[in-house]
Design a protein around this ligand. Structure first.
Ligand code: C5P
Length: 237
């Protein structure tokens, strides 16, 4: 880990990118599809390379993509902050835990960010780190703009939620390293299975997590229609 002036928070980024991308229906996982000749994962990693407060990056990819990632992404784009490229696990939470363990415990803060969210600003990453240094655990989020309904199995609406109180959680999500590691270890021990983000595991530990308003452009590229949007955003990125 590089120390000193550029590393005030001793912050490491964990980038889970080990999904198989089945919802995209493409031959390769979506994180390796290209936007203007550059893979989505490479665009994501460049933002973390440029964020001043990030001092190390751990990339978690499917086992069969480790060599490709090292050669065609890390080396090719000169990503000097990448300290490890490791094979992921079955669920997203397994991949994040593997990444945390690979990073090692010398870090103070950890920023977890989906490999398939390429439109994250380096300045916003730095803002989240400085907020986390004060508040402890912070999560990028946007206010809900659509009205959210609960439905039963038949598709009938059972509840309409108060939109004023609803936010959509994104990544980056930043935590003290020890807090997130403990949350993941407890989730594994106790078989918590339903986590779709890291904040959920930290919330279960009784830790306060604060939302920080992010950008609606910070989309997760999951489906073919997301890819159309991503290509449009990339034109002006
Ligand atoms: O599953 P979801 O679409 O929410 O995935 C968010 C991120 O988690 C993606 O970047 C995906 O590659 C990653 N992931 C992973 N390991 C898994 C499943 C998903 O790293 N087993």
């Amino acid at each position: 880990m590089s120390e000193g002036e550029g590393c005030p928070y001793r912050a490491v980024a964990i980038i889970p990118a080990a999904g198989q991308g089945k919802r995209m229906g493409a031959e390769r996982p979506k994180q390796f599809l290209e936007l203007k000749g550059k893979s989505i994962l490479a665009v994501t990693l460049e933002a973390f390379e440029r964020a001043k407060g990030i001092c190390g990056i751990v990339v978690v990819v499917p086992a069969q993509e480790v060599a490709f990632c090292e050669e065609q992404i890390v080396k090719r784009f000169g990503l000097s902050k990448v300290v490890a490229v490791v094979p992921g696990g079955k669920r997203r939470q397994d991949s994040v835990r593997i990444g945390l363990e690979a990073a090692g415990s010398d870090y103070g803060l950890v920023a977890v960010h989906d490999g398939v969210r390429p439109f994250v600003n380096p300045e916003f990453i730095d803002k989240l780190l400085s907020e986390a240094a004060i508040k402890g655990a912070v999560v990028a989020a946007v206010p809900a703009t659509d009205t959210v309904k609960g439905v039963d199995q038949a598709g009938h609406i059972t509840k309409t939620y108060d939109r004023q109180k609803l936010w959509l959680a994104q990544t980056p999500q930043v935590f003290p390293y020890e807090v997130l590691l403990k949350a993941h270890q407890r989730a594994l021990r106790e078989g918590w299975d339903e986590a779709t983000d890291d904040a959920f595991l930290v919330e279960q530990m009784g830790v306060n997590v604060t939302l920080i308003e992010g950008s609606p452009l910070n989309i997760k590229v999951t489906t073919p229609s997301d890819l159309i949007l991503a290509r449009a955003i990339m034109e002006n990125w």
